[in-house]
Ligand binder design. Structure first.
Ligand SMILES: C[S@@+](CC[C@H](N)C(=O)[O-])C[C@H]1O[C@@H](n2cnc3c(N)ncnc32)[C@H](O)[C@@H]1O
Length: 209
């Protein structure tokens, strides 16, 4: 499948009906999601026939991209039942049979049960910049525990140095696959005075040796 085709399929995926601010429910745009999944597949061969986990999967745009590029199975994990109901509806409408969902708090998973159970972990985690400081790093630590090969994640560009340091403390190789992507936070929250707020994010790859 071509990149443009994947992006246009992902444009059909429904996003959060009533996004919950405390869960940082801002969806990955179809453009960024398609670029991420396409690169993970074409450059790193980490999607096709792989067991993939999507942490904080929300309505499933990343999982659906992975499923469309022939993941063996992509399992989405999210704390929010409403988001998972939309995920389920999205996958049913697209007649995908290689996805599954687990409702859970990603920060409180039983670590031993999931250690190295997935080939690849993909995610756009909560950025952890409000009441939930450090949430992005909790997601990353969990993802690195679950993956056998690699973790792909979006993080605020402003946190790049901190993440690089953590990765080296954890003896994991981190590379920035695409830097300073414009991530458009829709004005779905009352405190946003403008229509949308742009922030810069990096698409990162962590490889486990
Ligand atoms: C930035 S959104 C990304 C959603 C989706 N992956 C996407 O790319 O559009 C973060 C997601 O993390 C979920 N989330 C927040 N805290 C969580 C937690 N403790 N455990 C599991 N999921 C959580 C939210 O419900 C939300 O769906």
């Amino acid at each position: 499948m071509k990149l443009k085709e994947l992006e246009s399929c992902l444009q059909q995926v429904d996003a959060f009906e009533e996004p919950k601010l405390f869960l940082e429910q801002y969806p990955t745009s179809p453009h960024i999601a398609a670029c991420m999944i396409y690169t993970i597949h074409n450059t790193f061969d980490d999607i096709e026939n792989k067991l993939v986990a999507d942490l904080g999967c929300g309505c499933g745009v990343l999982s659906i991209g992975a499923a469309m590029l022939d993941a063996g199975l992509c399992v989405g994990f999210d704390i929010d039942d409403d988001a998972l109901a939309t995920f389920k509806m999205n996958t049913e409408e697209l007649e995908l049979t290689n996805t599954d969902i687990i409702q859970c708090d990603v920060c409180n998973l039983e670590p031993a049960a999931l250690t190295k159970r997935f080939d690849t972990v993909i995610m756009n985690p909560p950025f952890g910049t409000k009441h939930n400081k450090g949430m992005d790093m909790l997601f990353l630590k969990t993802a690195l525990n679950m993956a056998r090969t690699s973790v792909y994640s979006l993080h605020k560009t402003a946190t790049r140095e901190h993440i690089q340091k953590k990765a080296s403390d954890w003896k994991v190789k981190m590379e920035v696959v695409a830097a300073e992507l414009r991530y458009d936070l829709p004005a779905s929250y009352k405190f946003h005075k403008k229509k949308s707020v742009d922030i810069e994010v990096d698409f990162m790859r962590f490889s486990i040796s």
